[in-house]
Design a protein around this ligand. Structure first.
Ligand SMILES: Nc1ncnc2c1ncn2[C@@H]1O[C@H](COP(=O)(O)OP(=O)(O)OP(=O)(O)O)[C@@H](O)[C@H]1O
Length: 241
């Protein structure tokens, strides 16, 4: 639901972004409230990652209003762990005050690792982790910054179905505890329906549709109610079923 009256994690108005003179984002208006999960779907090349990168502050050459509360953190599809640092030291990298207070940074990292169920892997090298474990470490690195806005760029896309389900559960638990705003870029409409309060459909550089997912949590992707939303989103995406 769009919760007017709650605090914003991000506000975007009239965002235009071009590459080589071609408008990829052509007047985007989006608000993400704190305590809200917004999923972003759209055909390949529709500009989802570009919008996420603008919100992350990784892309600057745009026009329009972009206001983000605090420093957002990003989890990408690939975990992007530094191979020569152990898991704890990778997570410490996400802690803003790590140079000032090494002990606090380490304690916070260990706490976040416990939070994502990875306490026993704290001393491991990234290469010894499974895909799901590596993604948990990446999530822990995002959490240690205490973000108001968590940006997720297909974070579960490379995981097998069972691991993906356990990551969904983990994300929802963390979301329940921290109440950050979440922007989740995904190709998977079932994932969007399972997790999001609202799903935005990006089309021709604009938000072509917004679908409020009015289902109680926890949700089951296979439920008849979820299936109705999934069909609707697929139709909006122009996918024949
Ligand atoms: N750095 C860049 N330079 C030039 N063109 C770019 C650049 N980054 C993205 N684009 C173009 O912008 C468009 C949107 O790309 P973007 O990666 O945002 O799409 P997407 O919806 O995330 O796609 P996918 O679902 O395939 O990941 C594409 O046409 C892409 O080729």
């Amino acid at each position: 639901m769009t919760r007017t009256g709650t605090e914003s994690a991000a506000d975007v108005a009239g965002l235009v972004k071009s590459f080589d003179g071609r408008r990829v984002l052509d007047g985007i208006d989006v608000r993400i409230g704190r305590g809200e999960i917004v999923a972003l779907v759209g055909r390949s090349g529709s500009g989802k990652s570009t919008l996420l990168r603008v919100l992350a502050g990784l892309s600057h050459d745009h026009t329009g209003e972009v206001s983000v509360d605090g420093t957002p953190t990003v989890v990408f599809q690939e975990p992007r762990l530094v191979p020569w640092l152990n898991v704890t030291r990778n997570v410490v990298l996400g802690y803003p005050g790590r140079r000032r207070d090494k002990t606090a940074a380490r304690l916070r990292a260990l706490d976040a690792l416990a939070d994502v169920g990875l306490a026993e892997r704290a001393g491991n090298w990234p290469l010894t982790l499974s895909g799901g474990e590596a993604q948990r470490a990446s999530l822990a690195r995002a959490l240690v910054a205490d973000p108001t806005l968590l940006l997720l760029d297909e974070p579960f896309g490379a995981l097998d179905a069972l691991t993906r389900l356990s990551m969904h559960k983990l994300l929802l638990r963390l979301f329940g505890e921290h109440r950050f705003g979440v922007l989740l870029v995904t190709h998977d409409v079932a994932e969007a329906v399972t997790l999001a309060d609202r799903v935005l459909v990006l089309e021709d550089g604009r938000i072509g549709a917004e679908v409020v997912i009015d289902l109680p949590r926890p949700r089951r992707a296979a439920s008849p109610e979820a299936a109705v939303y999934e069909e609707h989103l697929l139709a909006l995406l122009g996918v024949e079923h």
